[in-house]
Write a protein that binds this ligand. Structure first.
Ligand code: FE
Length: 350
């Protein structure tokens, strides 16, 4: 007889996370996994759920032939597997170790009232960025502020000056746990974002050294100027390697919709580290939640808007967290060179 070995620290951390998600006796918690990936997480989550009185089970699907290219969103191993989807819809909560990320399968499961928590990062990052109720409060406040705003204006020394007209699209928040029926979140995280209205984003974004090309786990080394008209990048200028890299990458998709401007928002997690990629011993083995979530970043992005209900579903997506920006909503300043101006958005001690 074989027995599985579960890391005690992992179990403690997962139990604390599921407690934040208000997992309780009588609930069904399903862990969705692919192949043998993250088998340790699957076992530990099931035992953690059980210890909180829930009924736990694992839905495992094959991943053969579905290797994912970096930065490309779209297909995942649950596509076409309706029995697995039906089972997940019967759960109160799904731990998603696959990465369904805004697919129609994910939306179908959420519509059944099932809350979903995506988990991708290695254990030390899950621990480092562990969420708090105060992070949730500030991120939800960010969401409601974005929801009622009509215009976002972003500037930065070096030439960035861009305006997004808002109101057409909803706002999403991610703070690292979820305790409401049908709500999706990603552990760990910490940001809120929306999308400019169709054709109503105009200005210039100058990517500066230290901004992050998350798809490549690389920091910008030399300025890249993006000229944006009616929601599309119409010119890309820059002398360095980064300009070449971005142009070649977007062109490689052969899809002009890859030049669209995508979601916009800001990061709120004071535990997330801007320098994470530089300091990591294994940056390619890790996900990019530090980069997306670090406190006071402006999360600029290019490509699809289908995440928020738009019609552009190009698989060419670049998330580019910007440092040190100033940002206004309807003329009210939210960020001053990367620092929150409103006390209610500031992390404890900041
Ligand atoms: Fe994105």
């Amino acid at each position: 007889m074989s027995r599985s070995v579960i890391d005690a620290e992992m179990l403690d951390l997962f139990r604390a996370e599921l407690a934040l998600c208000k997992v309780k006796p009588g609930e069904i918690v399903a862990v969705l996994s692919g192949g043998t990936d993250r088998a340790d997480y699957a076992q530990a989550f099931m035992v953690a759920a059980q210890s909180l009185g829930a009924t736990a089970l694992q839905v495992n699907v094959p991943t053969y032939g579905l290797a994912k290219a970096a930065g490309v969103q779209g297909r995942h191993p649950l596509v076409g597997n309706q029995p697995a989807i039906d089972l997940l819809k019967r759960a109160d909560m799904v731990i998603d170790l696959l990465g369904l990320l805004f697919s129609k399968e994910q939306l179908e499961i959420q519509a059944a009232g099932t809350r979903i928590l995506r988990v991708m990062e290695p254990l030390h990052v899950l621990k480092q960025m562990f969420p708090t109720a105060d992070l949730a409060r500030r991120t939800e406040l960010s969401r409601t502020m974005l929801q009622s705003a009509r215009e976002m204006h972003i500037t930065r020394a070096g030439g960035t000056d861009i305006r997004y007209r808002l109101s057409q699209y909803p706002v999403l928040s991610e703070y690292g746990y979820t305790d409401e029926p049908g709500r999706w979140d990603h552990w760990p995280s910490g940001f809120a974002f929306t999308q400019g209205s169709d054709g109503e984003i105009d200005g210039t974004v100058v990517l500066m050294p230290g901004d992050i090309l998350t798809a490549f786990k690389r920091y910008i080394q030399a300025p890249v100027t993006l000229r944006i008209e009616a929601g599309m990048i119409v010119a890309l200028e820059g002398e360095g390697m980064d300009a070449v890299l971005i142009r070649e990458y977007i062109d490689s998709f052969g899809d002009p919709r890859g030049w669209a401007v995508s979601h916009i928002g800001w990061g709120s997690n004071e535990k997330a580290a801007w320098h994470h990629i530089a300091a990591s011993r294994d940056p390619l083995g890790e996900h990019v939640m530090n980069a997306l979530s670090f406190y006071g970043n402006v999360l600029f992005s290019t490509g699809p808007n289908s995440e928020l209900g738009g019609s552009n579903d190009t698989p060419c997506h670049l998330d580019i967290p910007l440092r040190g920006c100033s940002l206004w909503l309807d003329g009210r300043q939210v960020l001053d060179r990367g620092e929150f101006t409103l006390p209610e958005l500031r992390a404890p001690g900041r």
